[in-house]
Design a protein around this ligand. Structure first.
Ligand code: SF4
Length: 333
């Protein structure tokens, strides 16, 4: 059974209406996205900046209210829960943020930051128990228990991200949404944080929804991958298969940009022209058609369904090979 089941999820944000604009406009940040995630699994979510990855991650943990669709976590429909009912579920559903500088309150000590999660969820009954738990968590993520008395400004970026990880772990989660947790860090520190997340997953059986724009990182971390473009999933399936033989032209362009040490594996670089279209006025038909090197006339008219093109592989492209076309858009992957 899946730990997380996301079905036909959409998130739209209203754009301010002007006196000269008759109809209200919306940013279509996430459009009809479906996927499943099992306990202990890592699913990678990749795409360019602004493609809706972070909005999707935030909607999954209910930091953003979805406009439509369903999110089931451990068999519970999150949308049906009132704030008081949501709290015990949210404890098992945590997030690590991209910015280790902005995501920690500079006015609080590390103990207060991590202890807040313990307090909220009633996981430490006494002051001593809270202190001992914070010390344990800091040690667990590679910091010293004595660091509990210090402030975030006294730490490097990598150390701050370790504090963010300790804060997420404090609630004893089953699933952590990792929103580009290493993209703001020095390259030398990135591997340490990735290894830490990997070790914690093995030790605690954590599931990760790992958001990144770095395909090489996702390839290393996750067995399954979702590729997003303009708010929609355009390709999904086994990471190794997709990285070896990408089916969607957008995935092909992304993968062609990943440097390879193996000269045999080197591919011709596909350089996309033009800008990512505005999510306020997305193109008709396939959202990728203004930039697609192999677009044909019907691509501008018909929205391609996300269909299974081979066993366990899904693509939203009229020209992707083989498979059974799905009857509806947004198939579950
Ligand atoms: Fe390109 Fe058409 Fe496929 Fe869209 S549907 S990716 S425009 S070929």
């Amino acid at each position: 059974m899946s730990l997380l089941s996301v079905r036909s999820l959409s998130v739209r944000f209203p754009v301010l209406r002007s006196w000269w604009r008759a109809r209200a406009l919306f940013v279509h940040a996430v459009d009809d996205v479906s996927f499943e995630l099992a306990a202990g699994e890592t699913v990678g979510l990749v795409g360019e900046s602004g493609c809706g990855k972070t909005t999707l991650g935030r909607a999954v943990v209910r930091l953003i209210e979805p406009t439509a669709g369903a999110i089931e976590f451990g068999g519970i429909d999150l949308a049906s829960l009132r704030p008081g009912q949501l709290r015990p579920v949210r404890r098992r559903l945590q997030m690590i943020f991209q910015d280790p500088y902005g995501s920690l309150n500079p006015c609080l000590t590390v103990e207060q930051i991590i202890g807040e999660a313990l307090d909220i969820h009633g996981l430490a009954r006494t002051r001593e128990a809270l202190r001992a738990r914070v010390g344990f968590l800091l040690d667990h993520v590679g910091l010293a228990p004595a660091d509990a008395r210090r402030y975030p400004r006294e730490f490097s970026g990598g150390q701050r991200q370790r504090i963010g990880i300790a804060r997420a772990l404090a609630a004893e989660p089953q699933l952590i949404v990792c929103d580009e947790p290493v993209s703001a860090l020095d390259v030398s520190v990135q591997a340490q944080i990735v290894n830490l997340l990997h070790d914690l997953q093995r030790e605690h059986g954590l599931a990760y929804l790992f958001i990144a724009h770095d395909l090489a990182l996702i390839e290393h971390l996750s067995r399954r991958i979702l590729v997003m473009y303009l708010g929609r999933v355009v390709e999904a399936g086994d990471t190794k298969m997709i990285c070896r033989t990408p089916a969607h032209p957008y995935t092909q362009a992304l993968i062609s940009a990943v440097p390879r040490l193996d000269p045999v594996a080197n591919r011709r670089r596909i350089v996309l022209t033009g800008e990512v279209p505005s999510p306020i006025t997305p193109p008709s038909g396939c959202g990728f058609h203004p930039r697609c090197p192999i677009a044909e006339p019907r691509c501008g008219r018909e929205v391609p369904a996300l269909r299974e093109i081979a066993s366990g592989r899904w693509a939203a492209c009229h020209l992707a090979w083989g498979g059974n076309r799905m009857a509806t858009t947004g198939g579950v992957v």
